[in-house]
Write a protein of this length. Structure first.
Length: 411
């Protein structure tokens, strides 16, 4: 088939949405001729990668506003405005190319959120939307645990989503989708409410065999002290404050245990103050933003368990990395992390109230700290689970089936 892939974010060697766009493009090009629309700013990194590892069936078309108009991209509102204008240009380019190439499928992968439109859906071709996320929400009972900044962030996010749901172009995108892919069940519900005819739940991200081998080489640490780690931007909804509250309870049972937090963010000051309030500042290390991703993985290699109590997240790639390295994951039973972690690979905590969640997080920490063999068993199961459920090659094969279903439906 000839596939037009819309990837507003797409860059090799990066994480988050940039990796989502790039990874889907690579996988789909194993099966089809893939034409990728993305931003001009990613061109150098993409062309450099392809010069070292050519992909004959993968072609990139770089689209952007004139250089004098790129100032629109600065700031939150500017970013949204730039995205809309880019979508218009992508539609125009897609319509022109379709007359020459005749695409079989149009597929939007990034931005990967359900409440922003994809104007390439207007092309006269079966349209696949996703996997997209964004339908995940922090339970209302947890708002009381947020800092003032956190409450403002949640309010703003909810307002933006509601505003997006009213956007007529979002509704058109939903109605035009032959199949919509949702990263989580929460987003699936949002997509159905927007009018999507068929919704399939499927993760946004995966891991290659080479990546799994890389993480497996980190080995496992089974020496004292028992050490927990959290990795990610220090944002209110990441729930690291819940992790610290639980760790303070663990300290009473395992005073030699340690908690490492890797990365930086707006909550750094709040979290450091919380450790002092809890009296655990000598046992908690804030490493800040490390220079390279290898440094981050080095810290993971020195720890036993990942703690990731995010309150809303479509995927949570850090959980996948920890599982691939053989580390059990403690998380809330919400969103992407809740779907990645299984009973055999970690401990999921019900998100009922902050107080109950902290108690259960502490109990989970204690359970793993007290039973090294359980940690080892979960770690082995975690690596097997990543291979079985999050292999990129299987994602590509899955999408082949989705394309064939969409074509059959549209005939």
């Amino acid at each position: 088939m000839k596939i037009l892939l819309s990837a507003y974010h797409c860059q090799p060697g990066k994480g988050s949405e940039l990796a989502v766009g790039w990874s889907w493009a690579l996988q789909l090009s194993q099966f089809h001729d893939v034409f990728v629309f993305t931003q001009t700013g990613f061109r150098d990194a993409i062309e450099r990668n392809l010069s070292q590892d050519p992909k004959p069936r993968l072609k990139f078309i770089y689209i952007d506003l004139p250089s004098w108009a790129l100032f629109w991209e600065k700031g939150r509102l500017g970013f949204e405005f730039h995205y809309y204008l880019w979508q218009v240009l992508a539609y125009i380019a897609g319509r022109r190319m379709h007359k020459k190439i005749i695409f079989d499928i149009v597929h939007h992968v990034t931005l990967g959120r359900y409440w922003t439109p994809s104007l390439v859906s207007l092309l006269p071709v079966p349209f696949i939307w996703g996997p997209v996320g964004g339908g995940e929400s922090a339970p209302p009972s947890f708002w009381s645990s947020f800092s003032a900044r956190g409450k403002l962030f949640e309010f703003s996010r909810n307002f933006a989503r509601k505003f997006g749901e009213c956007d007529p172009f979002v509704k058109v995108t939903a109605r035009r989708a032959a199949i919509a892919l949702a990263a989580t069940e929460e987003t699936a519900t949002k997509l159905r409410n927007l009018g999507c005819r068929r919704v399939v739940v499927h993760p946004q991200f995966g891991m290659t065999k080479d990546e799994r081998l890389l993480f497996a080489q980190l080995g496992t640490l089974r020496e004292k002290p028992f050490r927990l780690i959290s990795m990610g931007r220090l944002l209110p909804w990441k729930g690291f404050h819940l992790g610290l509250l639980a760790f303070a309870k663990l300290q009473k049972i395992h005073p030699d245990s340690e908690y490492w937090i890797v990365n930086d963010g707006i909550e750094m000051g709040y979290l450091k103050a919380l450790t002092q309030k809890l009296g655990v500042e000598k046992k908690v290390t804030f490493w800040g933003k490390l220079p390279t991703i290898q440094d981050v993985y080095g810290k993971l290699a020195e720890c036993d368990v990942l703690v990731h109590p995010a309150l809303h997240e479509a995927f949570g790639n850090v959980c996948l990395e920890a599982l691939a390295s053989g580390r059990p994951v403690i998380c809330l039973d919400l969103g992407g992390p809740g779907s990645q972690v299984r009973e055999s690979t970690g401990i999921k905590v019900a998100a009922t109230t902050p107080e109950a969640a902290v108690e259960e997080l502490a109990a989970a920490m204690n359970k793993l700290a007290s039973d090294p063999e359980l940690c080892s068993r979960m770690g082995r199961a975690a690596q097997q689970s990543v291979e079985e459920h999050f292999d990129w090659d299987r994602h590509g094969e899955f999408m082949v089936g989705i394309y064939e279903d969409a074509l059959r439906t549209m005939r």
